[in-house]
Design a protein around this ligand. Structure first.
Ligand code: ZN
Length: 308
């Protein structure tokens, strides 16, 4: 069995204004970095409307469809845009996670990485924000719970920004545990330790600006991993953002490429102990193209090493 890699060229047709950090080249750099790796390469399908509606209301889906321009760009907020190709890209990004869940739950892959954009972890129930349109990770978790009839799914998020959208979408979902580390203070401003979810199902791990390997490793090792072990997930979904890298221009954490490899390897050990190694990972942020390429490759290589 091989690690599955899901993507679609539609993800390159989501265009943002010149100079925007969340740009087409991000997925191009990731895919180039993964070239030559022995992966099971799979075309990401469009998500079904019903899958989107697990986490977003129909009114929001209608709004997003109406906002998609026929030409040029439409602006949702200060940094979130749609181009004519954005709707398909967003449905592919969400659909990749859904398909990855199917593959992993069927035993056709032990783990999977979705190289997709737009990212998802800032999208709230009815609010697109922070470059995100649909909550890809939360949507994959909900799909696993509902469609595959699971009782417990964990979503872990190591993007440098708080996954406010995922937290919002899973806040009242007792079958999901959401664990997230983020720089604080930093946009979007949420992610304090006292934000714990309606069922104590959210764990926020804020990290101080300038902190690096030692601080991130102790936060994950001392707080996140014990919590994951006691929750006993049947599947782990990863919001894989690589913008905590020291070279990233949007934030001020000092993670090294090795830190992303370490965290991925540790999550693979946990997944092996708890849920037959089942992991679905989906790309979130990461805005220094070379750091993104190196760290995402390190992440995928650890997923590959964990496959039995
Ligand atoms: Zn981010």
């Amino acid at each position: 069995m091989k690690t599955a890699l899901l993507t679609h060229e539609d993800c390159l047709n989501h265009v943002t204004p010149g100079g925007h950090p969340e740009r087409v080249a991000r997925v191009e750099y990731v895919m180039e970095a993964l070239e030559g790796l022995d992966l099971n390469r799979i075309t990401a399908p469009l998500a079904a409307e019903d899958d989107i509606l697990r986490v977003h209301p129909m009114s929001y889906l209608r709004d997003i469809r109406e906002t998609a321009p026929e030409e040029g760009l439409s602006q949702i907020d200060g940094d979130t845009f749609m181009s004519p190709g954005s709707l398909s890209a967003a449905f592919r990004a969400a659909g990749a996670g859904v398909r990855a869940v199917d593959l992993v739950m069927a035993g056709d892959a032990q783990n999977a990485f979705c190289a997709v954009r737009p990212p998802g972890h800032h999208a709230e129930t009815s609010t697109a924000m922070g470059f995100c349109l649909f909550g890809n990770a939360a949507l994959a978790a909900k799909y696993a719970l509902d469609h595959h009839d699971l009782d417990r799914v964990a979503v872990v998020d190591f993007d440098v920004h708080h996954g406010n959208g995922t937290q919002n979408l899973l806040w009242d979902e007792p079958r999901a545990l959401f664990i997230t580390s983020q720089q604080m203070p930093l946009w979007p401003g949420s992610g304090r330790p006292d934000e714990t979810g309606a069922h104590g199902n959210v764990l926020n791990l804020p990290l101080a600006p300038g902190s690096g390997s030692a601080e991130m490793r102790s936060a994950w090792r001392d707080q996140a991993f014990p919590r994951l072990r006691s929750f006993r997930p049947q599947l782990i979904v990863i919001s894989a953002g690589f913008d905590a890298h020291e070279d990233d221009p949007l934030a001020n954490l000092n993670w090294q490429t090795e830190d992303f490899a370490w965290l991925t390897a540790e999550l693979c050990v946990l997944a092996d102990d708890l849920c037959d190694g089942r992991i679905v990972s989906t790309l979130e942020g990461g805005y220094d193209l070379n750091a993104l390429a190196a760290a995402s490759k390190a992440h995928v290589q650890e997923l590959m090493k964990a496959v039995k």
